[in-house]
Design a protein around this ligand. Sequence first.
Ligand code: C5P
Length: 405
Amino acid sequence: MLSNKKIILGVSGGIAAYKAVELTRLLTKAGADVHVIMTHAAQEFIAPLTFQTLSANPVHTALFDLIAEQEIGHISLADRADLFIIAPATANIIGKIAAGIADDMLTTTVMATKAPVLFAPAMNVNMYTNPIYQENEEKLRRLGYLFEAPVSGSLACGWEGEGKLAAPETIFDCAVATLTKKDLSGKKVLITAGPTREEIDPVRYISNYSSGKMGYALARAAQRRGAQVLLISGPTSLAKPYGVTVVTVTSANEMQREVMARVDACDVVIKAAAVADYRPELRNSTKIKKKGDSAIISLVKNPDILSELGKMDYGSRPRPFLVGFAAETDALAENAAKKLFEKRLDIIVANDVSKADAGFNVDTNRALLFFKDGSSTDCGLMSKDQLAVTILDHVISRLTEQPGA
Ligand code: C5P
């Protein structure tokens, strides 16, 4: 995801410096070439060796480091960066940069870079709300510097409030989004994810093994590409994707209601949810008691949301680009092609859920993509994150071919 990207990670002196270690791990795992610069105060909290080991690059601590000056130096490091992250960014470092002070390796390199700079502030709540700090942040924002706001919580100083460093995963997501081409900018994308639950009584339900991972990966990937993303999610244990509006639902009927209420202004709809095809005809208001050796639950058909979207009249608006999923255990290609045609889709993503490395509840998928024009492509085994990027590549290339897109 970040291969060929050179990222400078500036670490300034705050207790949250240890979280920059996890951020380094996330960035390097995603393929980035990470160069860490630590302020003098940061080294009081954490040893440079920790970052050096994880980044596999020398850590810069001094402005006039002879080896660094000879081999790269702060100017060439600044020149070669694709992104500059400062996490944690203290009130002091933000104040210095806002005032144009460049008196150490970190501030000098920030001053010299043309790369986007992302600050992740972390400080005491009173420092954070201090008008001097706020004015500095405002000035830097005005000049195009990016900020990932701190979150509320109990702070190391004993205070409660805003000032806690954003989670490393959030800073990572923001970094990836900053480095991603915004080819979905201005587009509204609605994605459904996860299973639905159809209640039998207050303690029982019918559902399936969908984890929501594929839909959430699509939501993250579309957001990074600049889309305005609305994720309508059935019950999952996944964290809300960064920068995405999430609406949670339980049943197929609720999902239908939310989708229909919001589809109008959408350019793309991706239905990755594993919607239950049937629900109990009656939901018992009290727990059904155990009686006899067998029990029969009568089921009725749920609305097929995607079919409705395919057949709906959109009036003067162009129909959204429709992507469906087909989870199959047999006759994959035939079933998928049939669904593409019957539901009037633009693309169907078919996967064989009988395979251990594809479909429900795993991080990888093996998908075949079928297109409206009869063509298809085999994506092979890939991570759900990679598959999300591939699906969006196909959506974008076809979306631009459509009139009115
Ligand atoms: O269940 P089926 O295999 O037909 O699902 C194919 C596609 O249709 C999926 O994208 C799924 O989200 C959607 N679907 C739906 N409403 C249903 C059943 C499926 O939108 N009731």
